[in-house]
Design a protein around this ligand. Structure first.
Ligand code: G1P
Length: 295
């Protein structure tokens, strides 16, 4: 399926404080997950869904993100001289993936503020927002199904996943009604990072959104919410509550998702992805068994 008209927006301006000092001079989106920076998985996911135009919203230390998606002629010619075509292919791949655009967030005022920075680039079209902390396994594609729900309803669509009660305070949480389609729900309300005792459900927004362009106008007047930041969740709550609009739909994701947002989850993501790889899996599995037997 090809969606040439959709653009993807990847906010990558967070401070990454949970990974200091690794993120002192490097954005957390560039941390390697096995042997690729996290953001490359996200760009590849967009490309797999037929999206060719990717806008990355960057903060400080943006240079490495831009460089990663640029070609590096001296490295490529050195690998070519050596006849190392495997590595050459890997180096060239990231610079040929998509049309990558960068824009600055300026001040880190929250996810809603970062998304608003995409307004001029996106124009009056529906678009996709992808958060780099959430990696979706390429074997379980999510975006094509979300785009199909958007095309059917004309509404914004968020990806939802059930999380444990002790984790609801880390996510935007949705109140929903069923639609008759197992995986598709109508979103009645959203609240950003509620306390477990206040959470209306355990259905969490995972970092994939298909947004209609009217979200920009809402974001322009959204005041700081949770944590003093302009929250995308608050703008979506307004769209969900607007009886005159198409509302917001949720797609329940039942596939494999890897959270790289904190250190333990990041390590788990690397191990899970590496054990599934043909080149690394066999050795790693043997070692993990040995390690586990000694624990
Ligand atoms: C953001 C959103 C939150 C969402 C989460 C998904 O929070 O604000 O609603 O559930 O991403 O990863 P963050 O993790 O950036 O604090």
């Amino acid at each position: 399926m090809s969606h040439p008209t959709y653009k993807a927006v990847i906010p990558a301006a967070g401070l990454g404080t949970r990974f200091l000092p690794a993120t002192k001079a490097m954005p957390k989106e560039m941390l390697p997950v096995v042997d690729k920076p996290a953001i490359q998985y996200v760009v590849e996911e967009a490309v797999d869904a037929g999206i060719r135009d990717v806008l990355i919203i960057v903060g400080r230390n943006k240079a490495s993100i831009g460089n990663h998606f640029d070609s590096v002629p001296e490295l490529e010619s050195a690998l070519s001289t050596k006849g190392d075509h495997t590595k050459l292919g890997k180096v060239a791949h990231s610079s040929q993936l998509a049309d990558i655009h960068l824009t600055r967030q300026g001040e880190p005022k929250g996810l809603g503020h970062a998304v608003l920075r995409a307004k001029r680039h996106v124009g009056d079209n529906a678009f996709v927002v992808m958060l780099g902390d959430d990696l979706i396994d390429e074997r379980d594609p999510l975006l094509p199904a979300m785009l199909a729900v958007h095309e059917r309803t004309g509404a914004s669509v968020i990806a939802l996943m059930e999380v444990a009660p002790e984790n609801v305070h880390l996510y935007g949480i949705a109140t929903v009604t069923e639609t008759g389609d197992d995986d598709v729900v109508k979103v009645d309300g959203l609240v950003e990072k509620p306390r477990a005792e206040d959470a209306p459900s355990r259905l969490a927004i995972i970092g994939r959104y298909v947004l209609t362009p009217d979200v920009f106008e809402v974001l322009e007047r959204t005041t700081p919410g949770k944590g003093g930041e302009i929250q995308l969740t608050d703008a979506l709550q307004e769209l969900a509550a607007d009886a005159d609009g198409p509302g917001v739909y949720g797609l329940i994701f039942r596939g494999r998702r890897y959270d790289t947002g904190d250190r333990v989850d990041y390590i788990k993501a690397i191990v899970q992805l590496a054990v599934d790889r043909e080149d690394l899996g066999p050795d790693l599995r043997t070692w993990i068994k040995e390690l586990a037997s000694g624990l």
